[in-house]
Design a protein around this ligand. Structure first.
Ligand SMILES: Nc1ncnc2c1ncn2[C@@H]1O[C@H](COP(=O)(O)OP(=O)(O)OP(=O)(O)O)[C@@H](O)[C@H]1O
Length: 257
């Protein structure tokens, strides 16, 4: 199996109080799949993604990428966060070049940076600085930077969460086009049901307290997926009912305290 998440449990301990955030997470992901992780706030989506990134260690269980256990961050996993996190003193081009600074051949390196910056439609913004760009453009630089590293897996943690609706729709389209071109394996955390249906081959729906996977849904609808598509509408109401139930559970628990 390409990416294998086996029997993962995560417990955070703060001031001697244990908080089990994830329990019995088992997922097998195939190469080239676009998988979304969807769930209520606080269910452990980012924790799970950070463990795949190697930024956090599981309390129990293991994650294997192409057979090797993940123990730390690596170049085989590119990460895109909600905030672009670019170096403000570097230009757009320099930000991408920096990520691939290990490439010896300077000409190849520049070609690669330009290729991915063109892919996210920033070929004319190479010499601009992050503060001269809109939030959406900054996020496109961080996507180009992650792609330029040619990772085996692209890990995206609510990459469009901080953007306005129009920019978000635009970037969803761009990401879908890029994914169809590159066929990278993508693990994508989102709050948005529609975003997950629009982009994914598969949606892992998470329940909460502790976080578990309550449904593993295949999305077969033809792309591009419009809201008017019957399958899209059916999935949207199915998943929305599931999440509503989870959120009701949390509210009830809180009120009982
Ligand atoms: N470093 C940490 N130390 C202690 N508890 C943490 C830590 N990071 C996250 N948590 C707790 O773990 C739970 C899951 O957090 P996580 O950020 O993974 O959820 P999420 O599903 O990504 O949430 P959101 O959708 O709101 O971003 C939360 O209750 C959070 O308070």
């Amino acid at each position: 199996m390409f990416l294998q998440i086996s029997d993962i449990t995560k417990v955070y301990t703060q001031q001697n109080v244990e908080n089990k955030v994830l329990s019995s997470i088992n997922v097998d992901i195939q190469e080239g799949e676009f998988v979304s992780i969807l769930g209520p706030s606080g269910c452990g989506k980012s924790t799970l993604l950070s463990m795949v990134a190697g930024l956090l260690k599981p309390t129990e269980g293991e994650i294997r990428l192409k057979g090797s256990v993940i123990t730390k961050p690596g170049k085989d996993r590119g990460m895109v966060f909600q905030q672009a996190a670019l170096f403000p003193w570097m230009t757009v081009e320099e930000n991408v070049l920096f990520a691939i600074r290990d490439m010896k051949d300077t000409e190849e390196r520049e070609k690669r940076a330009l290729h991915y910056l063109k892919m996210v439609q920033l070929g004319s913004n190479l010499k601009q600085y992050p503060h001269e760009l809109s939030g959406g453009m900054q996020q496109r630089v961080s996507i180009a930077r992650a792609l330029a590293m040619d990772p085996t897996v692209l890990l995206m943690d609510e990459p469009f969460g901080a953007l306005d609706e129009q920019t978000r729709l635009r970037l969803q389209q761009e990401l879908e086009t890029i994914w169809l071109q590159t066929k990278k394996t993508v693990l994508f955390v989102t709050h948005s049901i529609h975003e997950s249906i629009k982009l994914s081959d598969r949606i892992l729906v998470m329940g909460t307290r502790p976080g578990t996977i309550i449904a593993d849904i295949k999305v077969d609808a033809a792309r591009p997926r419009l809201r008017t598509n019957e399958e899209v509408a059916r999935l949207e109401s199915q998943i929305s009912a599931m999440l509503e139930k989870e959120i009701d559970k949390v509210v009830e628990e809180e009120l009982r305290r």
